[in-house]
Write a protein that binds this ligand. Structure first.
Ligand SMILES: [Zn+2]
Length: 454
């Protein structure tokens, strides 16, 4: 029998002025009782963070200072350059380097407070299966810290261009191989296909294959800011509508692949379309397990480059989509330290914090939506929702009898000490205390103040 005690914690759902002692026995919460003594600096207990969208194999290509990639530093910072240099980097991967960068990413992720992560691992004619082999090792080696979900991911075209046939063959072989035991998601990138009909073939193939293999599905989709047009200039609808149409056909997805979700990533196009499109999306996905993931750090870096003025900052308006349209959304980090997103630490709380300004979501209740976007909403999207996550409106609650799936403890320091004048003692300033979700989203705590309790 294993026993765990978490003492003097604030449970945000029960107010920030009370603290509780929690006992967990054999992964079941056996008691939640008001603390008998008041701690001067109580900690805060929150649901753990979750990465819904994280590229494992190409993390830190620019920031690992590996000399093998030194010549690939961005010259223009353009999207096409990022695609080209990252493709080049793939041919230089070694097992040791992939493992090191992957381990650096997962250990950072854990230290930042995440306990679950959907990781994209590229499988194609250039990179072969090496990144997948390494991802499986990482999944195993970090299993006690982070639940790593592996996406067999086609970043490259499958139905257009000279390598299409080989890319498709390698991916299909992987899904038939023993490695499939560690793959729970299929991911593709319809926007990289050279024409509309190839994008649609990509989508149809991916949906059919995911259903055949009982996999979750994850598309990088509609990654532009305007509608695409045919040869005489007539606009096509967003590919999102094509996806939902196929999923709905004869109820095939819910009938043949129950319990599996479909995630649409980027979808920046919707940020620039008239609002009625969002109503159409809400209707199109009704009853389907479709979730959107906004990837704002990449989107803002990459989109709107062709517009001289004003420069649109196109990314999915996730808070509005959740609030106004009831659409399932979350946000993710996407890339860390590579040409697609050279900046940032990959911290999900940093991302939630950024969301306050980005989505102009400054109300206290918005902070809870933003926290949900990097926690329970993300877990729901990737199909790893806990009993707690499923309780709409009570996702932060802890109750007796519930299965314990881990929590994020945010500690409070008593004082901040800074140096005094020469020969004098240091200055001790009472530290501000974080006592609510709002405090954590508006002003994320240092990583050293966060601790995942498994
Ligand atoms: Zn991505």
């Amino acid at each position: 029998m294993t026993n765990k005690k978490i003492e003097s914690v604030i449970l945000p759902s029960r107010g920030s002025d009370k603290t509780f002692d929690i006992t967990i026995t054999n992964d079941i919460v056996t008691s939640v009782t008001p603390s008998t003594t008041q701690h001067p600096c109580p900690t805060l207990l929150l649901p753990t963070l979750c990465h819904p969208h994280l590229h494992l194999d190409k993390a830190y290509l620019l920031t690992s200072n590996n000399p093998a990639y030194a010549h690939l530093a961005p010259k223009t910072g353009s999207f096409s350059e990022a695609l080209a240099t990252t493709a080049q980097a793939k041919s230089l991967y070694t097992e040791e380097d992939l493992y090191l960068r992957g381990a650096q990413l997962l250990s950072t992720t854990y230290a930042q407070g995440a306990a679950t992560a959907r990781t994209f691992v590229e499988v194609d004619a250039t990179t072969g299966t090496l990144p997948l082999t390494v991802a499986r090792r990482l999944k195993h080696d970090f299993a006690h810290l982070v639940e790593v979900q592996i996406v067999a991911f086609a970043q490259e075209p499958l139905f257009s261009g000279q390598d299409a046939e080989d890319n498709l063959r390698v991916l299909e072989e992987v899904l038939e191989s023993e490695a499939a035991a560690d793959i729970s998601v299929l991911g593709t990138t319809p926007y990289v296909e050279s024409d509309r009909s190839s994008s649609l073939r990509n989508i149809r193939w991916a949906i059919q294959t995911a259903m055949d293999k009982r996999l979750h599905l994850d598309f990088h989709l509609d990654y532009t800011l305007s509608l695409q047009t045919d040869e005489v200039g007539n606009p096509y609808g967003p590919l999102t509508m094509a996806v939902t149409g196929i999923l709905r056909d004869d109820d095939c997805w819910t009938r043949l692949n129950p319990g599996r979700t479909v995630v649409l990533g980027h979808a920046t196009q919707f940020s620039q379309l008239p609002p009625h499109w969002m109503d159409m999306v809400a209707r199109a996905i009704e009853g389907l397990p479709v979730h959107f993931v906004g990837l704002p750090t990449s989107d803002l870096f990459m989109m709107g480059r062709d517009d001289a003025h004003p420069k649109p900052r196109g990314t999915l308006p996730v808070v509005d989509m959740i609030r106004t349209h009831g659409i399932n959304c979350c946000v993710g980090v996407n890339n860390v330290g590579n040409a697609f997103t050279p900046y940032g630490t990959g911290d999900l709380l940093g991302l939630a914090c950024w969301g306050v300004g980005l989505y102009q979501a400054g109300a206290e209740r918005d902070a809870e939506v933003l926290y949900g976007c990097v926690s329970w909403r993300a877990r729901r999207a990737i199909g790893l929702a806990t009993e707690q996550d499923e309780k709409e409106g009570e996702e932060m609650e802890v109750w007796e009898g519930m299965r314990w799936r881990g929590g994020l403890v945010v500690e409070n320091r008593a004082v901040v000490e800074v140096p005094g004048r020469e020969g004098e003692e240091g200055i001790r300033v009472p530290a501000r205390q974080r006592r609510s979700v709002r405090d954590v989203v508006w002003d994320p705590p240092d990583v050293g103040l966060r601790r995942v309790v498994r």
